[in-house]
Design a binder for this molecule. Structure first.
Ligand code: OOB
Length: 539
């Protein structure tokens, strides 16, 4: 199947090709090319879906991906087909995703934390032909969830009950297949947007645009064949995937070490045992690791870099990283839609502690605008708009077109200011999203789920400051008068039954008799936020 959609206007595509940003490289060949260059180097270390430990070389990983691709093809998966992937950080993740790529098929990366409502939406919205999911992980049984899905997609459950579903073991015994030829400017995979609207959006990334960001990220972060990355955050997240992430490591010939859980004790033990050089964390985890360091006796002397991103890392915590953990900090401010900023190895300590970095590419165009859409005076704060060689021009199926300007800039919804050297400081945001320690929650989506309860007349969701998470999620509910015995716990239970993921459940639920209104009669989220902030301070 050929992919007729052009993801960038030709004028820009030509420019990015001529600048050498976009090449003929594709994800179909990615691992095979790496195996040719790095053969017997260790590519991945970690557990498989049954808990058995593995150390796979580049050649072994590529061979497994070739066989798995054969299994997918035998089941009818062909180029252009979408396959939803929901796996934790296990070695199978890299085998399966590279197998999908090899066929020119299109993985859709979901998080292990997603639940039925999200997965159903992703299956529908992408027209997926396959869904590959772990059976049981972190106390949750995905098999029960799978049985409630309404889909025609072929489903593979990692450790399926015999007879009930296909197991991924079936994929591991086929005839190997060679990588197919695909257009480098066609769709490579679908990534998920953190979400600001009522429905989670799918982000179409092409081979050429994404590989450019992977190669440059690996260069900026100085990865090479000696790199040993501890993979703590879910691989499906753009940060862990490509900033520089597992793809950056595989491009550079290094080793990805899968971390089974994000606790500081597990992480630091693995840093010592596996001689880790780099890892990445969201701010709450970085704070947790700082707090735990004194009581963990681990030799962390190989550890060179800790990347922190996904949410604002406060300068006070940033300054503690080098003295207390013994490694260098790198701040990362990125988005699955494209633009990624890094502080650089050559930046001075103050820049690393107080900024969120500068863009990857000289052709990342940055506009910082006032609410009226005028450019701010340089150095002043405003809303960040961006366009460039790896930033999307639209969402999958054309949804939320209002997030893009007529001339193709993506409105990030982040409020930033830019220093003369190009570094950005994230100051806040205008989008209707809660950033709960790096996990993004759309206020509108959650409000829609809340008003689905028969006892709820209206709902407003806002973020409130939280010392650990940065923000917590608070829901205000206007309730019907009688007949419903409501409590926060009952509401949470209702959301769970609807298939809403645990990380989206409100931390606080308040029942209100009315909502403060703005002058134009809309609910004032600002007033609610202030009310909450003062409540939190006094409790
Ligand atoms: C990363 O990607 P997403 O798509 O989950 O979320 C993007 C949003 C940004 O628009 C911004 O609001 C926030 O997350 N964000 C940060 C930040 N990094 C991301 N806000 C403040 N400081 C930071 N350092 O979160 C993501 C993607 C690639 C690399 C790193 C993070």
């Amino acid at each position: 199947m050929t992919d007729e959609i052009r993801y960038f206007p030709e004028e820009f595509a030509r420019r990015y090709r001529e600048a050498g940003y976009w090449t003929d490289e594709t994800f179909a060949r990615f691992l095979t090319d790496a195996a040719r260059r790095f053969g017997d180097n260790e590519a991945v270390v970690g557990a498989d879906y049954l808990g058995a430990q593995h150390r796979l070389s580049y050649l072994e990983l590529d061979e497994r991906a070739a066989i798995t691709a054969g299994g997918l093809r035998a089941a009818g998966i062909v180029a252009g087909d979408v396959v939803v992937v929901q796996l934790p950080n296990i070695v199978d993740y890299l085998v399966i995703v590279n197998a999908i790529f090899r066929l020119g098929a299109v993985p859709l990366f979901t998080l292990p934390a997603h639940r039925r409502a999200d997965i159903q939406h992703f299956l529908n919205e992408s027209g997926a032909k396959g869904y590959i999911v772990i059976g049981r992980h972190a106390g949750f049984d995905y098999r029960g969830m799978v049985d409630e899905l309404d889909t025609e997609a072929v489903i593979w459950i990692a450790d399926a009950e015999p007879g009930a579903h296909r197991s991924i073991a079936e994929l591991y015994t086929a005839e190997p297949v060679a990588p197919v030829e695909v257009d480098p400017e066609s769709l490579a995979f679908l990534q998920l947007s953190g979400g600001t609207t009522g429905i989670p959006k799918l982000i179409p990334r092409t081979h050429a645009d994404y590989l450019y960001s992977v190669r440059e990220s690996a260069e900026i972060c100085e990865l090479d064949a000696a790199t040993r990355m501890l993979v703590v955050l879910p691989i499906s997240h753009n940060f862990t995937m490509s900033s520089p992430g597992v793809l950056g490591v595989l491009w550079a010939g290094g080793t990805c070490v899968m971390c089974p859980d994000p606790t500081p004790s597990t992480g630091m033990r693995l840093i010592e045992v596996e001689q880790i050089t780099i890892t990445s964390l969201v701010p709450p985890l970085a704070m947790g690791w700082l707090a735990a360091r004194p009581r963990i006796s681990a030799d962390l002397s190989t550890w060179q870099v800790l990347q922190v991103g996904g949410a604002k890392f406060v300068a006070e915590a940033a300054r503690r990283i080098a003295p207390e953990l013994g490694c260098r900090l790198q701040q990362v401010f990125g988005m699955a839609e494209g633009l990624v900023n890094y502080t650089r190895p050559e930046d001075d300590e103050e820049t690393v502690a107080t900024t969120q970095g500068r863009p990857i590419s000289p052709d990342d165009e940055i506009r910082i605008l006032t609410p009226e859409g005028e450019p701010v005076t340089p150095g002043e704060r405003g809303v960040l708009y961006t366009r460039g060689p790896y930033t999307i021009r639209g969402y999958h199926n054309g949804v939320a077109a209002e997030s893009f300007t007529d001339d193709g800039f993506y409105c990030t919804g982040d409020v930033v200011r830019q220093l003369p050297g190009g570094h950005l400081i994230v100051e806040g945001r205008v989008k209707d999203q809660i950033n709960r320690g790096g996990e993004k929650i759309s206020a509108e989506e959650l409000e829609n789920d809340l008003v689905a309860h028969p006892g709820v007349i209206d709902a407003v969701v806002v973020g409130a400051p939280d010392e650990y998470l940065g923000e917590q999620t608070c829901a205000y509910l206007l309730t019907a008068e009688a007949g419903h015995d409501l409590s926060g716990d009952r509401i949470r239970e209702f959301l769970r039954e609807r298939g809403v993921a645990e990380f989206k459940l409100p931390d606080r639920i308040d029942f209100a008799e009315s909502f403060p209104a703005t002058g134009v009669g809309k609910v004032s989220r600002k007033a609610l936020r202030l009310q909450l902030a003062s409540w939190i301070q006094n409790n």
